[in-house]
Write a protein that binds this ligand. Sequence first.
Ligand code: NAP
Ligand code: MG
Length: 396
Amino acid sequence: MTTPLVEMDGDEMTRILWKMIKDELILPFVDLKVEYYDLGLQKRDETGDKITIDAAMACKKYGVGVKCATITPNAQRMTEYKLHEMWKSPNGTIRSILDGTVFRAPIIIPSIHPVVKNWEKPITIARHAYGDVYKSVELKADGPGTAKLVFDGEDGAHKEVVIQAFKGPGVIQGMHNTDASIRSFAHACFKYATDTKQDLWFSTKDTISKTYDARFREIFDEVFQGYKARFEELGITYFYTLIDDAVARVIRSKGGFIWACKNYDGDVMSDMVSTAFGSLAMMTSVLVSPDGNYEYEAAHGTVTRHYYKYLQGEETSTNPMATIFAWSGALRQRGLKDGLQELVQFADALEGACFDTLGEGIATKDLVNLMEGITPKAVNSAQFIAAIRERLEKRL
Ligand code: NAP
Ligand code: MG
């Protein structure tokens, strides 16, 4: 390696898997160069969350990062970890610094059939990674009163609209997005569609949200003009529809397209799509920024339930596939950026070894009950990783 990879460590069960993956599948084979950031909750608390910002800035500087799942604190975590503050979601912080779009695609294997039986190809969810409810401010109205939305332009323009005249207590939320971010989201989606030669679907609720969501649709229409010729050449299409219509069509589809979603829709729908494809543990995730920076991770969380079992000395069978693919994705991207063919080949071999292992029916417990046409053998996380290592050595 010539340029370091930004390595972001995380929490709980995925932190345990992270070390196993590095020790067994990466370090013995790659002359690994990393800039390491510990985004574990304890370290975030110690640094006043500065470490998360530093890690995101490093991703901007070096262009490629790989991140372990991390805890987003809630009230219960405040006591559990004796936190000084309820720190924000690290992913939210990284997304808002890098801007860009999150693409989530399932890892598909022949022995696992999607729950939706007409899905034949992967559905990639492109989640807008900036703004809306993830960067909103909220207030409690404690009693009767008027809530207003106010904009004071630097040019002296003043706009004001009443949100609600409350007759009693209630809640208020203010959220935003920017034309610049929506435009780069649109570019990322159209570009990814032409790169992967897949149709692009986009959905919002612009019948109800006639200014906010409508702006997303307008900008997508505008940006599409620059990609139209290329889409026609490739025989792919751009298709806009309402979010509720999109949900119905996705279920009836054969798959094989990118579904661009606003931030919240993408958050929710990616969990539905990944579960329907088999397991949350088989969903990959990459954040692509408009200036070409990449941050790879698994779509799932820190798998807390398994971690508590692990702490009690019980055997766990947590699936490391999505975390391994985060590493292979990041190493491949680093190889492509730096012209290191061997690193790209290693990434391919690592993914190949994972498919070899699952192809022989060796799998973690979450996949065993889903496999068809094969006699699966359930193993624990360490055994699964060891089996991948054996096959990786064979391939190399
Ligand atoms: P989760 O960690 O994704 O786990 C939810 C459940 O999904 C698990 O209990 C497990 O089901 C199954 N699962 C997920 N990943 C798996 C894997 N690799 N192998 C096997 N089974 C897997 O979600 P959560 O429990 O809601 O959240 C836990 C913590 O993760 C929270 O603190 C949350 O803030 C954080 N989180 C982080 C990220 C991120 O960093 N990107 C994303 C989401 C959540 P069974 O228990 O039935 O086996
Ligand atoms: Mg989610």
